[in-house]
Design a protein around this ligand. Structure first.
Ligand SMILES: [Zn+2]
Ligand SMILES: [Zn+2]
Length: 348
């Protein structure tokens, strides 16, 4: 069952007798995930097989299920915030050995030679492959990943607390980096990414202004508890003009609203992979050298930079644990906004 490869030393207590594993499979858009038994994958040359210990549930997973993002692979195992222990490494894996903990992010591989890859912008590679979208992800007991795109995780985070760092943290951090040296930062949509980035911003002495769905006083209180200077409804005016805004919510209507909340020279960063249409707005909102930009994916350099910060700053993630078999319930809860923080699947 493990195919070619070296250093096979899986912990036998977790290895099923028949070489199969539980995976929660998406057969087609707009379906519930199906509980399936699949062969445990084998690693090719640069790959590691990991025993999944925690996998975050991301809004992008909902966009894939809903067909907002076109299907790339079906059936598909979702999940791109994967934490696990290496049980087998391919012949050419140099960075990790069996028994080590790794994190597997959304960026699962790139061509490594195009103009984007050669200029530090591998996040834009035309042939990049994404975990839990182009290749199977972590909604399973085992997963296989290209070791060259995996990360070591700071020891201070246990598996469930580390999982949300791998997408909400990494892509949130890339969006935050695009906000430059902004002192007053607005965050629209206070979910998994914003709650991580708010803490990084506070640790770096920035002021955070949190905008939530109108009337969502619960999320507003959560933002204030994490050190936000102000929290309020997304249609309310902040008490001060902002130097930058990051929009995590998938609503294009927030773009003109965010622009109206900014100072001259501000940047509005759209951090989501999918957003509803942006309505027409007067040029005066953009005037004054304001910038609107998107952030796509992540680079490995973003990961190195973010985990260096996460090593220093004790980022409080709020994992809400669901058993792997309850992946559909976790997705429902995310869709309904029924929890703060981040849903995390844990195989039992
Ligand atoms: Zn490339
Ligand atoms: Zn994600």
């Amino acid at each position: 069952m493990f195919g070619n490869g070296r250093a096979v030393n899986p912990s036998s207590e977790h290895k099923p007798h028949d070489g199969t594993m539980l995976a929660m499979l998406l057969d087609a858009p707009n379906r519930r995930l199906r509980n399936a038994r699949l062969p445990i994958p084998a690693p090719r040359e640069h790959e590691v097989v990991i025993r999944v210990t925690a996998c975050g549930v991301c809004r992008t997973d909902l966009h894939i299920i809903d067909g907002d993002l076109p299907p790339h692979k079906l059936p598909l195992t979702l999940g791109h915030e994967v934490v696990g222990i290496v049980v087998q490494a391919g012949e050419l894996v140099g960075a990790f050995e069996a028994g080590e903990r790794v994190g597997v992010p959304w960026l699962g591989g790139t061509c490594r030679h195009c103009a984007f890859c050669a200029s530090g912008r591998e996040n834009l590679c035309d042939t990049a492959v994404f975990t839990g979208y182009d290749r199977d992800g972590g909604y399973a007991e085992y997963a296989v990943a290209d070791s060259r795109y995996c990360f070591r995780l700071p020891d201070r985070y246990d598996d469930a607390h580390a999982a949300p760092l791998l997408c909400a943290g990494l892509i949130g951090y890339r969006a935050y980096a695009m906000a430059g040296t902004a002192q007053r930062i607005g965050l629209y949509g206070f979910g998994a990414a914003a709650h991580i980035i708010a803490q990084v911003a506070r640790a770096q002495g920035r002021e955070v202004y949190a905008f939530t769905r109108p009337g969502d006083t619960h999320s507003q209180a959560f933002a204030l508890s994490l050190g936000a200077a102000w929290a309020g409804d997304s249609d309310a005016a902040a008490p001060a003009l902002l130097d930058a805004v990051i929009i995590f919510a998938p609503s294009g209507a927030l773009v003109p609203r965010a622009l109206a909340a900014t100072k001259k020279g501000a940047t509005v960063v759209c951090a989501g992979i999918h957003m509803s249409d942006i309505p027409a707005f007067p040029y005066s909102l953009l005037w004054g050298e304001r910038t609107v930009r998107s952030v796509a994916n992540l680079t490995r350099a973003d990961g190195e930079a973010f985990f260096a910060i996460a090593e220093q700053v004790d980022i409080k993630t709020v994992p809400v644990i669901f058993p792997l078999r309850a992946a559909n319930e976790a997705l429902d809860a995310l869709r309904a906004g029924r929890f703060d923080g981040a849903a995390v699947l844990v195989p039992r």
